[in-house]
Design a protein around this ligand. Structure first.
Ligand code: HEM
Length: 427
């Protein structure tokens, strides 16, 4: 991926549209949002023609993102569902799909595959997990105690906790979690030298092959000895009288395993990041824990860990006065939409009591709305509850370092200093 920002002595992007293709631009959220705000005002549907990428329109306003998501009949996800360099798109076209999971499906095919696990993720099913998630949240916060009052919140807590949750739900043994974490970081952090296995398509394929080997064995084991876990539901799914396809089955594992933790880790770390910058908001949450549910939405609005997904128009269509032609590619910028000043009053103010925080669209919208949204919200709420109860004081011990990414990201290092509460009530 061309690093357009580094060409500028002060780190500024050369043209506004480049914020969507530059991993370094996303790693400077303040500046990224300043450029996005300008685009919302002056060019909300912005044609981006950047070196190394096929042209696309960046959709930056909340109402336009929602309107496009509503027309899933015309705007298809297709196999190229997230923005990636043209070279990777081309290699994928040549190789054929290396993964076939929900976000790359459309229409009835998508509906049938989504239905196979949807029951597992409904609010009632997720509520049944509450007790275990509270336990995992509390254990994760308690693990800070032996670290002696200073640590990196990302490595020592934010990365570990959602990983435990999703791996338990999937039925992956605890011993293999480190492997899952490394592979997910290699997959999502392919643009970040700290995580990447290599810059070539072959490196990404090698990571995916490692996932396939691992989940292929789990699926096989569950078919022989079914258990009460999501892995068994996926491994034994029957669609229209036929077992789910092999590629689709393994891709399902890959999707749940990856979508289920890096996203939530980034949301949690990004949430603490902004709370540490605004201690009045942290104190308000301590005083009014009933605001936690709302605060989770405000954190999601603020952080938007999933930066974008793409759609491709299958026919000419007009959306809110913008004409699109068949074949046009649009990038749905959740990060920008969540700061839209026409929806969120004073959008650059972080406010745990914001009255319409739940209008945030960090989970997307419509047919592909995040399957794990209820689970992610529960995980976030219980983690922050445990943190407020068990840590008496917490402050920043250094600057936050953000992941270089154009897809999923947030803080990759968040040094903190803290004092545990003398009892579990907190102060
Ligand atoms: C804070 C955490 C999370 C965020 C911000 C997030 C965000 C998203 C977004 C933006 C989409 C695409 C929506 C669209 O195209 O309209 C999505 C899809 C998806 N997410 Fe999440 N997600 C999170 C956590 C999770 C968790 C915990 C799981 C659990 C397994 C999960 C599973 C999925 C799946 C399976 C899809 C594909 C749905 C489909 O295409 O039908 N996500 N997520």
């Amino acid at each position: 991926v061309p690093d357009v920002t580094s060409k500028q002595p002060d780190g500024l992007v050369a043209t506004p549209g480049e914020i969507f293709v530059s991993p370094a631009a996303y790693a400077d959220p303040e500046r990224w949002h300043a450029v996005a705000a300008e685009l919302r005002r002056t060019s909300p549907v912005h044609l981006v023609e950047a070196p190394g990428f096929r042209p696309f329109y960046a959709i930056t306003r909340h109402g336009d993102v929602m309107a496009i998501e509503r027309r899933a009949d015309v705007f298809h996800n297709t196999l190229e569902v997230m923005l990636q360099p043209e070279a990777i798109d081309a290699a994928q076209r040549e190789l054929g799909p290396i993964a076939r999971s929900l976000p790359t499906m459309d229409g009835d095919f998508h509906r049938a595959h989504r239905a196979a696990t949807a029951d597992w993720f409904r609010p009632t099913a997720v509520r049944r997990l509450t007790e275990r998630i509270v336990e995992l949240a509390e254990t994760s916060v308690d693990a800070l105690e032996p670290l002696g009052g200073e640590c990196d919140f990302v490595t020592d807590l934010a990365l570990q906790y959602p990983l435990h949750v999703i791996m338990e739900i999937l039925g992956v043994p605890r011993l293999d979690e480190a492997l899952m974490l490394r592979l997910t970081q290699e997959l999502f952090g392919a643009n970040d030298p700290d995580f990447s296995r290599g810059a070539e398509m072959a490196d990404t394929i090698a990571v995916i092959k490692d996932f396939y080997r691992y989940f292929g064995a789990i699926a096989e084991a569950r078919r022989h000895a079914p258990a009460d876990d999501l892995a068994t539901v996926i491994a034994t799914a029957v669609l229209g009288g036929e077992p789910m396809g092999k590629l689709e089955t393994i891709s399902y594992f890959l999707l749940i395993a990856t979508a289920g933790h890096d996203t939530t880790s980034n949301a949690i770390a990004g949430g603490l990041d902004v709370l540490l910058d605004q201690p009045d908001q942290l104190e308000r949450l301590r005083a009014e824990p009933e605001l936690l549910t709302n605060a989770v939405d405000e954190i999601l609005r603020w952080v938007s860990p999933v930066k974008q997904f793409m759609r491709t128009a299958q026919a000419d269509i007009e959306i809110n006065g913008h004409a699109f032609s068949a074949g046009d590619r649009v990038l749905l910028s959740y990060a920008s939409a969540n700061r839209d000043e026409t929806v969120f009053a004073d959008p650059f103010r972080f406010d745990v009591g914001r009255s319409n925080a739940s209008d945030q669209i960090a989970f997307g919208f419509g047919a592909h709305f995040c399957l794990g949204a209820h689970l992610a919200r529960l995980e976030m709420r219980e983690l922050f509850r445990a943190l407020l109860q068990r840590v008496a004081h917490i402050e920043r011990a250094g600057p936050t370092d953000y992941t270089q990414t154009i897809f999923v990201g947030g803080p990759k290092r968040l040094p903190i200093r803290y004092r545990m509460a003398a009892n579990s009530e907190g102060i």
